[in-house]
Design a binder for this molecule. Sequence first.
Ligand code: ZN
Length: 305
Amino acid sequence: MAERVLIREVGPRDGFQNEPEIIPTADKVRLVEMLARTGLKRLEVTSFVRADVIPQLADGPEVLGTAEIPDDVSVTVLIPNEKGLENALELRDKFDEVNLFLSASESHNRANVNRSVEESLSGLERVVSRAREEGLRCEGVISVSFGCPYEGKVPQERVFDIAARLAAAGCGEIAFGDTTGMANPLQVREFFGAAFERLGGVELTAHFHNTRGQGLANVLAALDSGVRSFESSFGELGGCPVPKGATGNIATEDLVSMLHEMGFDTGIDLEKLLDASRAVRDVLGRPLTSHLLTAGPVDWHEQSR
Ligand code: ZN
């Protein structure tokens, strides 16, 4: 049997929040429902960040409350703080997991959420504890784990210390973000090799951006180190609010295609996923950078003729 790789689709959150135009709520709901029916098992639907901070996701509660999502899809929402969690809990039956984030470097954390790393960590520990009381699974996401646009190299031990704190607080999954696309495959292989030794019993997830075209090479390096959980965004949407110009997550369709060609099972129907990516391209009205959207899936039948 093919080995399973889990993918969390983050486009409706990581992607939509970075679009200059606000996507109409009805389109968001339709796109979330299309994604939810591709066979994927994890879907980040929206965030509960304040509307004046991220107006693109101000309709998060409405999207989450309206979208019809099959029961076997684990729904994630991003929670910035205790207030965000309390707001989300009004829709408690609509989601299964919370994503809590901070940055590995002081400067990026300050630029993103205007707090020190320690302030973020102690706040998130309280959020995790409250979320666990509600039976929610918790994912800690550590941005700029592989390099910071302001500080350069981020010591691995520092990233692992933050991860260990989150795990001790009750996060069953830690995602390491290459938020501005600074990682290289050798670094990634070494990083996850050490991470598995340091963080036993925690699911380790890789969240790569394709900012410099090295996203899938980094996926391969992570696979080699034993990572079987990834985050990606349909259409290669996404980026990071700070600094400007930090573009796209790896495209889910490019990731799924590579994994399927390598013999891994994702549960995802690539054609249905491409339908969703075409639909979001139509909504946004601009070309997207996803390779599969341009080239289509590998067709061995055509090539052997
Ligand atoms: Zn991202």
